[in-house]
Design a binder for this molecule. Structure first.
Ligand code: TYM
Length: 331
């Protein structure tokens, strides 16, 4: 059975981008593959969270994983820092990761541009840690959104380089995966790029948002003054609303508003109202479970402990072999 690995950083509540780009696939894949889904708390250290924030965010992702339907009986759910073998493999892979290729990574360049005061080495070697996460379980499929595609390419590069260096076909190649035809990119509500936690207040709809908050955010989404000719190409901010509708609404609803747009009869207020209600319906089952799970500290502890044990079992087997391949041998 093929192995699957994916993770989400512990940087706050999960949003619709995380859900439709990643978690929806996790939930399906857990029935078909040997799955490892983790909380990337080491990765979140690049932005220096306080200890209390870090802990709360890790807990929140765990709660939302479970609320969304990841089943700890089917998939291994764990916290990245509970598996120290990942950090060790990261160190080995770092020896064969080069400054030039790391600096060329799009996400690194974006982060430098966004925050030039905090260009730390962890940020630079972020893709190396991600490669370690994936290949430590010898995964071949990695369910992620479109924004992670380049990181997967780098994970293949680092795994292959290790294989070549030690003349050993050890790590298989991991590929980004989605059940759909292509990897998903969920747009935000700001009329620009993707939905994200750091893209500004109101851009993201969180799984934990109340119906009231969802309505408010959607009603404030950026629009234009309306189509000026029939069948015109939609500007980005309007296309984004339609793209969001495509994931939460029925085909008929999308076709209905598309038709109104094309005949210049669309009223954005109506479109947004419908979009908000469909988002509320889509997230309701998760929202309902979040509180129950959050109050069950014993269950959370149990899930994290069991997950860490299972993940360490797989990771330490790889590490033993890797150490042997590298030449760390006992006398
Ligand atoms: P992160 O925490 O930024 O996002 C977690 C997952 O959500 C997806 N995603 C989106 N998909 C579609 N549209 C969006 N607007 C959107 N926003 C986020 C991401 O593609 C991702 O799948 N580097 C990773 C975490 C990570 C990881 C790994 C993933 C660390 N190690 C190993 C897979 C395997 C990240 O920052 O994801």
């Amino acid at each position: 059975m093929e192995t699957v690995v994916s993770g989400i950083r512990s940087t706050g509540n999960l949003h619709l981008g995380n859900y439709y780009g990643a978690i929806q696939n996790f939930i399906k894949m857990q029935h078909e593959y040997n799955c490892y889904f983790f909380i990337a708390d080491l990765h979140s250290l690049t932005t220096h969270p306080t200890p209390a924030n870090l802990h709360n965010n890790v807990k929140q992702v765990l709660i939302e994983y479970l609320a969304a339907g990841i089943d700890p009986e089917k998939a291994t759910i764990y916290v990245q820092s509970d598996v120290p073998e990942i950090s060790e493999l990261y160190l080995y892979l770092n020896m064969n990761a080069y400054l030039g290729e790391l600096e060329r990574s799009t996400s690194f360049k974006d982060k430098v541009r966004a925050n030039p005061e905090n260009v730390n080495a962890g940020l630079l070697t972020y893709p190396v840690l991600m490669a370690a996460d994936i290949i430590i379980h010898k995964a071949t499929k990695v369910p992620v959104g479109k924004d992670q595609e380049q990181h997967l390419e780098m994970a293949r590069t680092f795994g292959n380089r290790f294989n070549r260096l030690y003349n050993h076909e050890y790590f298989p190649e991991p590929y980004a995966f989605s059940y759909g035809e292509s990897l998903v990119k969920i747009p935000g509500l700001d009329g620009k790029g993707k939905m994200g936690k750091s893209e500004g207040e109101g851009n993201a709809i969180f799984l934990a948002d109340s119906p009231e908050v969802i309505r408010k955010k959607v009603m404030r989404a950026v629009t234009d003054s309306g189509p000026t000719t029939e069948n015109q190409t939609k500007p980005q901010e309007i296309q984004n609303l339609f793209d969001l509708m495509k994931v939460v609404s029925s085909e008929d609803t999308v076709a209905h508003f598309d038709n109104l747009y094309n005949t210049m009869q669309v009223r954005y207020g109506d479109l947004k109202k419908q979009l908000a209600e469909d988002m509320i319906i889509a997230t309701a089952p998760i929202r309902d479970r979040i509180n129950d799970i959050a109050n069950d500290a014993e269950y959370l502890r149990k899930v994290a402990k069991l997950g860490a044990e299972k993940a360490r079992e797989s990771a330490s087997k790889t590490l033993r072999e890797v150490r042997e391949i590298i030449g760390f041998r006992s006398f």
